[in-house]
Design a protein. Structure first.
Length: 178
């Protein structure tokens, strides 16, 4: 029996263990006293997933107060394919009070990493247009988020929206938005 498969298995295991260690220690800053910040807890993961839900509900249902609570005060949303970022008053005025958006943003497949009061979340998003006679998919893409805990609440500091596919009529509307 050849030793080669066994050696490859050991090397693969070592590489995996190093990758897990690197992922656990990446992007962490030392806390006072030299200790690394605490890893995200299960509660953090639940709160961050709920943040994704609050974003969608506030935007889709036209709830500007709830929308403002989703972002940090200096929050930014980058629409990468369209080549612009939205921040400040323009970001906070996206949902119109009591005016549903005619869409449903459906985030899924979350990957959440971080430690202490900083985290990242990557997810897929499908947007279903609900205006008109029949619901239809109008957008598919990804969110890449930098998150920060502010006053005990997780918020989005920067959201990058990456387009995989967008309905041409929706794309024209987004590109012509103020």
């Amino acid at each position: 029996m050849s030793k080669r498969p066994f050696v490859l298995l050991i090397l693969a295991s070592a590489a995996f263990a190093w990758g897990v260690h690197a992922a656990q220690t990446a992007n962490t800053e030392a806390a006072p006293g030299g200790a690394a910040p605490a890893a995200l807890t299960a509660d953090d993961h639940v709160e961050i997933r709920n943040l994704a839900g609050r974003y969608s509900h506030a935007l889709d249902l036209g709830e500007p107060a709830a929308w403002a609570e989703v972002f940090t005060e200096d929050g930014v949303m980058d629409m990468v394919a369209q080549g612009y970022g939205i921040e400040g008053d323009a970001l906070r005025s996206l949902p119109r009070d009591g005016e549903p958006s005619g869409s449903r943003h459906i985030p899924s497949t979350f990957v959440i990493d971080g430690a202490g009061d900083e985290a990242t979340m990557r997810s897929y998003v499908t947007v279903v247009g609900t205006a008109g006679d029949a619901a239809r998919i109008v957008f598919q893409g990804r969110y890449e988020d930098r998150l920060r805990r502010v006053d005990g609440q997780w918020r989005i500091a920067r959201r990058r929206i990456l387009t995989d596919w967008i309905d041409p009529a929706v794309a024209a509307g987004v590109e012509n938005a103020p």
